[in-house]
Design a protein. Structure first.
Length: 307
């Protein structure tokens, strides 16, 4: 396994990498979960197929604990972060190249699956690296910074990039070209992130070679932790609460954009692509962020149970 190096000479200012790392963490998730839906809708895919097939794209983030131990055993988290960013850059370029082909839906959907698995692995490595590279005091200080830049990534992805796609759609009339440009931009951004983080992320880990961890070792440890969790008091009730609490949002998130884009004659709001980027991807995300801040202050004042 990798372990932290407690050496100030190995560190670089967290301002050099925390904002960019968490901006990069947010973009692939937005691309897979939101941009894919809007893009497919504009390319004529039915609401039924969009909801069915893109809904499954969330699965890698749900099951990522199953392979998270391997991230710690194989190489260092810093290397995982950089390699995953290279993979994301290549995958986004692949989506852009695949859009003009006749079977674009199945081909791009396969690449989105790849991006989902790579991005969820990147999340594991980035969060682990954050814990290793920063002291406990620094972790507390930068937690707001990382959340802010993750939200900025949401606005950039769901807002700015959707507006760009809409403007190109309106000026050229070529929808595949418009979304190809968007994914080429995303690819270029991740090429930059991969190169930049190769320099900016300090080398704060060394490989522990004293023991060779086998697949059985990892499996036994995972089972032990998994069983220990379910032995906690009211664990089942907590899981049921979380599932039911997020159920309405899960139903909404896949069909909100088709609803906004569909013509009013079939029950939608008839917004353009650019308008969706402004209304939902920009104003909506800012409102969500503001609500989270206000809600956290209220919860801190009177307690979660009260609310």
């Amino acid at each position: 396994m990798s372990k932290s190096i407690n050496s100030t000479c190995a560190k670089r200012s967290p301002w050099a990498w925390v904002p960019t790392l968490y901006f990069a963490q947010g973009l692939p998730y937005i691309a897979v979960m939101t941009l894919s839906v809007i893009m497919y809708k504009r390319l004529g895919v039915s609401n039924t197929d969009i909801a069915l097939y893109t809904g499954w794209l969330y699965l890698p983030w749900v099951i990522k604990p199953f392979w998270s131990p391997f991230v710690d055993i194989i190489s260092t988290k810093r290397q995982w972060v950089i390699i995953m960013q290279w993979f994301v850059a290549i995958a986004f370029a692949g989506i852009a190249f695949a859009l003009p082909v006749q079977f674009f839906f199945s081909l791009t959907l396969a690449v989105f699956w790849l991006v989902a698995f790579v991005s969820s692995t990147h999340d594991i490595a980035a969060d682990g690296y954050y814990m290793l590279a920063l002291t406990e005091h620094e972790q507390s200080f930068y937690v707001g910074i990382r959340s802010t830049f993750y939200r900025i990534a949401s606005v950039a992805g769901q807002g700015a990039l959707v507006v760009v796609a809409g403007c190109i759609e309106e000026s050229t009339g070529d929808i595949p070209f418009a979304w190809g440009v968007v994914f080429f931009v995303l690819s270029a951004m991740f090429l930059f992130f991969a190169v930049y983080h190769s320099w900016a992320l300090p080398k704060v880990e060394i490989r522990n070679t004293k023991r060779n961890y086998t697949f059985n070792d990892v499996t036994k440890e995972f089972v032990r932790i998994f069983v220990a969790f379910f032995r906690k008091k009211q664990a089942g009730l907590a899981i049921l609460f979380m599932l039911l609490y997020r159920l309405p949002e899960a139903q909404l998130i896949k069909l909100i954009n088709p609803f906004l884009l569909d013509a009013s004659s079939i029950g939608g709001l008839g917004l353009s692509t650019s308008e969706v980027g402004i209304v939902y991807g920009t104003v909506g995300i800012i409102g969500l962020t503001a609500g989270g801040i206000i809600g956290s202050k209220l919860a801190a004042k009177t307690g979660l149970h009260y609310w």
